[in-house]
Write a protein that binds this ligand. Structure first.
Ligand code: GZL
Length: 331
């Protein structure tokens, strides 16, 4: 049940508009009669999650579900199995259910204009969680809550400069093609790399953010003519790096030694790999977005304005810090 955002003033405005326009959502929705009995005053949020492709995503889902339960928010949660068409279907079902707020983590940046127009038409605010969208009209979403992926790419490249003196033959495992983190982590890394002519990406391919694909692609990298030249792996997430570590070991290559590895996310598996000396650096990308997301929802329901973008603060962790840091990691 959607509630008037901004209290009675909004009700008055809606009444005036309805009078002027002859009909509007409130009247058409309840057939012109008295509004339906007030449901329990629960905020209803429709959330479309990408899937369960990585440890990061699992932690992100747990944070969102846990925080909604803690705050007594009615969360309508949908898992899209990493398919954009399933996210679009879910958003349309949230519109049909007339939820108070729609939030989602868009699997790719393009193809959202139409369905976000439909949400706007229905008067349902949309919050972007974790990943951004490319739309010509940024009024189609209220706010974006997530990380600065370009900065994460810069931080990863800066670590490579520090670890290699700016001389490296790099293999790159790219995230999901067309996704904001894959696009931006590539951009940020290359921005720094441009200053170091002897820092070269000699192999690059998508591992789709999964361990399985990361392992498969790293196997192919190692078998390629350039395989023996690779001395550094840049993985857009820890799960692909962990898959690549398995491929390296199977090929008799020492991960973290023969090929140094920098990845992004900061999931527990990355800290375990660093403690084992198999991964050298992970750039944190905090998945625990639940509290910030539902702070934004509650502010929205009170009619407060939100910043267009809320960036989550993050750190960089090296092997030397892993044994201590792993004791207090929240995900
Ligand atoms: C980043 C997030 C990415 C993670 C991956 O915010 O969208 O998607 O880096 C996850 O692990 O699959």
């Amino acid at each position: 049940m959607k509630r008037n955002i901004g209290g009675w003033v909004m009700v008055g405005l809606v009444a005036v508009c309805c009078g002027m326009m002859g009909s509007c959502k409130k009247e058409t929705k309840s057939g012109g009669g008295a509004p339906p009995p007030r449901q329990a005053q629960k905020i209803v949020v429709g959330f479309s999650q990408i899937g369960a492709e990585s440890g990061w995503r699992t932690a992100n889902t747990e944070s969102i579900k846990g925080e909604a339960a803690k705050r007594g928010i009615d969360l309508q949660f949908s898992d899209a199995q990493s398919k954009q068409e399933n996210q679009i279907k879910a958003i349309r079902s949230f519109i049909a259910q007339d939820v108070d707020v729609i939030a989602f983590s868009p699997v790719v940046t393009t193809g959202w204009q139409e369905v976000l127009q439909e949400a706007k038409q229905a008067g349902i605010p949309v919050i972007l969680s974790d990943r951004a969208v490319d739309v010509t009209d940024d009024s189609l979403y209220v706010t974006f809550i997530g990380s600065d992926f370009i900065e994460e790419g810069r931080l990863a490249a800066n670590w490579v400069v520090k670890a290699t003196g700016g001389k490296a033959n790099i293999a790159e495992l790219v995230g999901t093609p067309g996704s904001a983190p894959a696009n931006d982590r590539a951009t940020g890394f290359r921005e720094v790399m441009a200053k170091y002519p002897e820092m070269k990406i000699i192999k690059t391919q998508s591992g789709d953010f999964t361990r399985t694909k990361g392992k498969e692609v790293m196997e192919a990298f190692l078998k390629s003519p350039e395989g023996k030249q690779i001395n550094l792996l840049y993985a857009h997430n820890d799960d692909m790096a962990i898959g690549a570590i398995q491929a390296m070991e199977a090929a008799g290559v020492k991960p973290g030694v023969d090929i140094k590895i920098v990845s992004i996310d900061g999931v527990k598996g990355a800290f375990e790999a660093m403690v084992a000396g198999k991964l050298n650096c992970t750039v944190e990308c905090n998945p625990l977005i639940g509290p910030a997301l539902f702070d934004a929802v509650e502010k929205l329901m009170k009619g407060e304005t939100l910043p267009k973008r809320t960036v989550i603060e993050e750190s960089v962790y090296e092997q030397s810090q892993a044994a201590e840091a792993i004791k207090t990691r929240a995900y």
